[in-house]
Design a binder for this molecule. Structure first.
Ligand code: 4NP
Length: 581
């Protein structure tokens, strides 16, 4: 394929929109989509099927919409990708945006609303804190001594979770009592991982692994009692989810949740499984007795489905067909989850995409996070490799989500250590199992970091590599970070800052021999460009063949289809030159 044809195909591919459910208001289903360029908030009238784009500029995060009104609250980045946010309010029917909270130089993470109050957690260079705002007037409620995010609010309480015990391997809930101004910490068992509390009066629904497995529980704030989440049916027990990426109270006091296992997901109402085909489910919401979910697979872009919970009758309300020219390239391709044994006998799950008919040059794709995973879900890097005819292996190396908290915690105090060994063994598995003749390594963010480190520490395993938004030097990244990301790095390293040098790609840059492509954005405030440029100067001095792409007016996250293309196109163009399939 000529470069011009590649560019054209990738432009079509990166314009395929995502549809991510945010919830529902009184009358509308609300979702975030880049259907029209920027990631905007959209509202859907399910009866007529009419869709309304509510914002022309990119939206970052929406607070869970409420059924008592048609208003939604959300954040927008005001610093061209550097992630300084302001909070806006809009009406899902009338489409009227107003600035709701004006803050300066603050990264806003958790956002929730209750009646006329907005609550959020925000980080500046110096500190993290919990805030409320009413009628535009802002109040700092309490400074946060540990990394934590708000997840819900009602007129009496603000709740969230984080590393309140300063134990990198546990998470505790926080409950801020608005009437007394007191901050309370709750954990059913010290050392357990407790996440994403949502309120129903004085009852808190949350996920916890204190029984040994991630399960949903309810903590009663008045009775000081914890019990299993109420479920009249027991399908979820048979399903045995490893995690619950989404859960909330329904208007009738029952519980709606998504359970995840082995990269797939199912949705449950009151414990009863709603039939959906294989794939992943990003969010769910009930409106007027109908269930709405975002469904996707590796080869099927996100669609919004409407399901009648009584009859299981399913209707696609927002479709997303692969465009002609792209569709043919996906026809024969299949994805599957494999498990291979790592150096210490541990089983590592990996997503494999084959169907090309023969072993060939293969991409080892490294997801970011590191507390994230590759799912049976549409993913733009994976989709662009499929388009170009590569086989793919994407390891869920130790530290990944989706396989229990013990597995997720394995990279704490050891980033770029045993996880990197898992990654190299994924490439070896691909060679030994008829997938790969050679391997290239590609990743973004933590995946970009792992790519740089792999090319320096295991130059013989890889033919070449592409690192997007990488960490090149933990010490400099830590110094340049705001309070939130400083804390994130300290948790990841289990406070062993003396490991920074040993785990930084710049320490091993002298060993790099294979061609490399680096993509970094000028306004990236999570993985800043400055240390990346220092890394590239070393490559220059050593005479390594490398490409370096600087993306101006862009940050760490992708806000528009154009920004997606500005990372995906240089990735594929480099691979086409150095490593054609
Ligand atoms: P991401 O990874 O979640 O994949 O974006 C990150 C890696 C490093 C840092 C932040 C995020 N950091 O602060 O260094």
């Amino acid at each position: 394929m000529s470069l011009a044809d590649t560019a054209k195909s990738l432009e079509t591919l990166t314009k395929i929109p995502a549809f991510l459910l945010a919830g529902s208001t009184k009358d509308r289903v609300v979702y975030i989509s880049n259907e029209d360029g920027p990631y905007s908030l959209w509202s859907l009238d399910c009866k007529s099927g009419s869709k309304l784009k509510m914002t022309s500029e990119p939206v970052e995060q929406a607070a869970t919409p409420r059924h008592e009104c048609n208003e939604v609250f959300y954040t927008k980045d005001t610093a061209k990708g550097a992630e300084f946010h302001k909070i806006y309010k809009n009406d899902t029917i009338q489409r009227k945006e107003t600035l709701a909270v004006d803050v300066q130089s603050m990264r806003i993470e958790g956002l929730a609303t209750a009646q006329d109050m907005i609550a959020f957690t925000g980080a500046t260079k110096e500190e993290m804190a919990l805030y409320t705002a009413k009628s535009g007037s802002l109040e700092k409620r309490t400074k946060l001594e540990a990394l934590a995010a708000l997840t819900d609010a009602n007129p009496n309480y603000l709740v969230g979770y984080g590393w309140l015990e300063n134990n990198p391997r546990s998470n505790e809930l926080f409950i801020f009592d608005l009437s007394t101004g007191q901050m309370q910490e709750y954990t059913p068992k010290l050392g357990s991982v407790n996440k994403m509390p949502v309120l129903n009066g004085s009852r808190i629904l949350f996920e916890s692994d204190f029984t040994g497995k991630n399960r949903l529980h309810v903590y009663d704030l008045e009775r000081h009692e914890v019990h299993d989440a109420p479920c009249a049916f027991s399908d979820h027990l048979a399903y045995d989810a490893t995690e619950h990426p989404y859960f909330d109270w329904m208007d009738d006091g029952k519980v709606l949740f998504v359970g995840k296992r082995d990269g797939e997901a199912k949705v449950f109402i009151d414990g009863r499984q709603v039939p959906t085909s294989a794939g992943y489910i990003w969010g769910a919401t009930l409106l007027n007795g109908k269930l709405y979910v975002t469904h996707t697979t590796v080869i099927q872009p996100h669609r919004i489905l409407e399901i009648d919970p009584q009859t299981s009758q399913t209707r696609v309300v927002v479709d997303n067909q692969l465009p002609p020219g792209i569709r043919e390239k996906f026809k024969q391709r299949q994805s599957r989850l494999v498990r291979y044994q790592s150096f210490d006998g541990r089983n590592v799950p990996a997503l494999v995409v084959d169907g090309t008919g023969s072993p060939r040059r293969t991409i080892t794709y490294i997801h970011g996070g590191p507390w994230s995973e590759v799912l049976n879900s549409w993913e733009r890097f994976v989709a662009s490799f499929i388009l170009m005819g590569y086989n793919i292996i994407a390891p869920n190396y130790r530290g990944s989500t989706g396989y229990g908290e013990d597995y997720r915690n394995l990279d704490i105090g050891d980033p770029g250590g045993d996880d990197l060994k898992d990654i190299a063994l994924a490439a070896q598995w691909a060679k030994e199992n008829g997938l790969a003749t050679e391997n290239a390594i590609v990743g973004y963010s933590y995946g970009g970091y792992a790519t740089l480190l792999a090319l320096g520490k295991e130059p013989e395993v890889w033919s070449c590599g592409v690192a997007g938004a990488p960490v090149a030097d933990w010490k400099e990244s830590h110094q340049m970070s705001d309070a939130e990301y400083r804390s994130f790095i300290e948790i990841l390293f289990d406070h062993k800052t003396e490991l920074f040098e040993d785990r930084s790609p710049i320490t091993y840059v002298k060993n790099v021999k294979k061609p490399m492509c680096i993509i970094s954005s000028q306004n990236d405030s999570r993985t800043p460009m400055r240390p990346v440029l220092r890394y590239a100067m070393n490559l220059l001095d050593q005479g390594v063949k490398f490409e370096l792409h600087s993306v101006p007016e862009m940050g760490h996250l992708w806000r528009t289809s154009e920004e997606i293309l500005s990372v995906v196109y240089p990735t594929i163009a480099f691979l086409q030159r150095q490593f054609p399939a």
